[in-house]
Design a protein around this ligand. Structure first.
Ligand code: ADP
Ligand code: MG
Length: 195
């Protein structure tokens, strides 16, 4: 790779930059070093998976990138700016769909869009329907959350996370609680949507 390409991959187009990030948790009985000197760069358009045994710090790293946790040491930047808290540009999908049970499928997807003031009600509705179509749930848009299967709930969570057009989508074992067949299908869907 040419030097200029290395440079552009490392600096200009780095979407996320983590440098020497460390994080410990101290409880009454013990101290856990969840992350120890992690350095990582992720470029625009990359799809990166963190793989490791349970308890090795994957969620901690995602939470730090999401701005939900602060590192003890190190630098964490998104688009060249230090991450100081959560924001609409970096959205998270968790293992449980964490949908709002008092809202319909459509209401859940509209929720995140309501935080964006520049979008009119009609545009929000159009966007929400577009993303529900993308995850194959448009015909369930008026359903209640309790009427959906686990896989369908995660699809709604995915549509809700994608609708505000985040520049980074963080997924923490998003399909871990689903059966093997549904999980395979959703992995395929994620790849298709990402492409
Ligand atoms: N809020 C917390 N308080 C105390 N310990 C924590 C907390 N969050 C995570 N840990 C500890 O940090 C380590 C890494 O956890 P985690 O990032 O959740 O791992 P993973 O997602 O890879 O399974 C574990 O030992 C866990 O017990
Ligand atoms: Mg985890």
């Amino acid at each position: 790779m040419a030097a200029s390409e290395v440079n552009s991959a490392n600096t200009v187009s780095s979407k996320l930059v983590l440098e020497h990030v460390s994080k410990s948790f101290r409880t009454r009985t013990l101290t856990v070093h969840a992350l120890d000197d992690v350095t990582l760069r992720i470029a625009e358009g990359e799809f990166v998976c963190l793989v490791g045994p349970s308890g090795c710090g994957k969620s901690t790293l995602l939470n730090i990138i999401a701005g939900l946790e602060r590192p003890d040491r190190g630098l964490v930047q998104a688009d060249g700016k230090t991450i100081v808290g959560p924001g609409p540009h970096r959205l998270v999908m968790f293992q449980e769909a964490s949908l709002f049970p008092w809202l319909t499928v459509l209401g859940n997807v509209l929720f995140g869009l309501k935080l964006i003031n520049s979008v009119s009600a009609a545009e929000r509705r159009e966007k929400a329907e577009y993303f529900l179509e993308l995850v194959g749930l448009k015909k369930f848009m008026h359903s209640n959350v309790h009427e959906l299967s686990g896989g369908m709930k995660q699809r709604v969570a995915l549509a809700r996370a994608l609708a505000p057009n985040p520049s980074v989508l963080l997924m923490d074992e998003p399909f871990g609680a689903l059966d093997a067949l549904t999980r395979e299908q959703l992995y395929g869907d994620i790849q298709r949507i990402w492409s």
